[in-house]
Design a protein. Structure first.
Length: 117
């Protein structure tokens, strides 16, 4: 029997920014609430539209995340490689996060989760 040669995949450089938006769905009785019920899908969709409009495919990735365990603080976003955590994010905040942090590298201090610094 012949040994298989390993498949070599093309090397892909890391993303300049990788954004995770919590879209966890909890039982409505859970007092912490959940990001999904607080508009997370709309937040993620808006981020994706902005990234697409800027032509950032392959440079910036916007992903859905499962539970980030911060739902009590509202819609939660984490931006890597800086590992900046945002809480209580609304669709109205997305443009500021996108322009300031994703494009400009400057975190939006007013939305950062202080306990996650």
């Amino acid at each position: 029997m012949l040994a298989r040669r390993p498949v070599r995949l093309p090397v892909m450089p890391p993303y300049e920014r990788h954004v995770f938006v919590c879209e966890n769905l909890r039982d409505p009785a859970d007092e912490r609430g959940c990001c999904s019920a607080k508009g997370a899908s709309e937040v993620r969709s808006r981020l994706r539209l902005l990234a697409k409009a800027e032509g950032l495919k392959g440079r910036v990735r916007i992903n859905t995340a499962g539970c980030l365990d911060q739902c009590a603080y509202g819609v939660t976003i984490v931006v890597y490689p800086e590992a900046v955590w945002y809480g209580a994010v609304t669709v109205d905040d997305v443009e500021e996060i996108f322009r300031s942090h994703v494009l400009g590298g400057q975190p939006v201090e007013r939305l950062r989760l202080a306990h996650m610094r």
